[in-house]
Design a protein around this ligand. Structure first.
Ligand SMILES: N[C@@H](CCC(=O)N[C@@H](CS)C(=O)NCC(=O)O)C(=O)O
Length: 309
């Protein structure tokens, strides 16, 4: 095929894909929720959504899940003030950040994401997992790093392509659709890495991110910090009863590197990390987490008045 017809097919495919994405609406909505259960708005496979869902499941809190589309234009969320997921509604409250959701679970729903004995440490570790080097490098390996992107987000995108996109073109269509997002993630990753590791020095961040061995070393070092929070107990910071905020935040991020995001089945972006000799204890904790509280997005739509478990 010459270049021009190929461009046309691919332009038509992306237009169609955009239209079909825009026509996706939340499959359920809070208007029908007349019970007391919280309703969580998620994108399937999102690590921040998984963090909230893990906390709800691990603490036995019945809830309903509403899937929202990837397309920002088509996304209808409880709060207009924030376009991101997760968002959660509960008894008139609207929470628009995963960390706030965890606090709400403790304050109003009887969870113990921040057990009194280690509340400050759990909060610090949770914020570090969600906003620091780990979260940045999860974006890097899923979106920016070419081999990681191909293994994870590109593969997931190809799988999600509608039937009318020929298989031989679907990778190119995904690349085209993901181009802006990938560039924006690259800027975000650089900013976080510069700020957290190099006192804001962008050139040093660039040098690290351009070198796969150095990027991986930065990731392993960050994960060693989380590993050091593991004591005898099954969960971080010596917590025995149920996963705390640190566990759910770190686990949700780690799954985008070595797991499949539970029932969302997103391919891992850096599967070889699972056999890193410096992270043996962390990977044992990860196995324990996936057995005790797997990430569950699906099967929680519930019915009118019905909680979702
Ligand atoms: N600080 C937020 C971050 C949320 C976030 O970045 N969510 C991503 C999904 S993993 C999102 O909504 N991305 C879609 C978009 O930005 O349009 C939180 O912890 O809830």
């Amino acid at each position: 095929m010459t270049r021009r017809p190929l461009t046309l097919v691919y332009f038509a495919a992306s237009r169609l894909w955009r239209v079909s994405m825009a026509s996706l609406r939340p499959v359920d909505d809070v208007g029908s929720d007349d019970d007391d259960a919280p309703v969580v708005y998620v994108i399937l496979g999102s690590q921040f959504s998984a963090k909230a869902l893990l906390a709800l499941d691990a603490h036995g809190i019945p809830h309903r899940v509403v899937f929202v589309p990837l397309s920002r234009a088509a996304r209808r969320l409880p709060s207009d003030a924030s376009p991101t997921v997760p968002q959660m509604t509960h008894r008139g409250a609207i929470l628009t950040d995963s960390e706030d959701i965890l606090h709400h679970l403790d304050d109003s729903l009887g969870a113990s994401c921040f057990p009194a004995r280690v509340a400050r440490e759990a909060s610090e570790a949770s914020v570090r997992a969600s906003d620091g080097v780990l979260a940045a490098l999860v974006l890097h390996y899923n979106w920016v790093d070419e081999p990681g992107y191909r293994r994870s987000m590109r593969a997931a995108g190809v799988r999600a392509m509608p039937w009318y996109v020929p298989l031989c073109l679907s990778g190119a269509v995904v690349d085209r659709l993901a181009r802006k997002a990938r560039a924006s993630f690259a800027r975000r990753v650089r900013k976080i890495v510069a700020k957290t590791l190099f006192d804001g020095d962008d050139a040093k961040a660039d040098a690290t991110l351009a070198d796969p061995a150095e990027t991986r070393e930065a990731l392993v070092r960050e994960l060693e910090w989380f590993q050091a929070t593991l004591k005898e107990a099954p969960f971080m910071l010596g917590v025995a009863e149920a996963p705390c905020a640190a566990d759910v935040s770190a686990f949700a991020q780690l799954e985008r590197l070595v797991g499949t995001m539970g029932d969302a089945s997103v391919p891992p972006s850096l599967p070889e990390l699972a056999s890193e000799p410096r992270l043996v204890r962390l990977m044992a904790w990860r196995k324990e987490m996936s057995e005790r509280c797997p990430i569950r997005f699906k099967g929680k739509r519930g019915g009118r008045g019905g909680a979702a478990r």
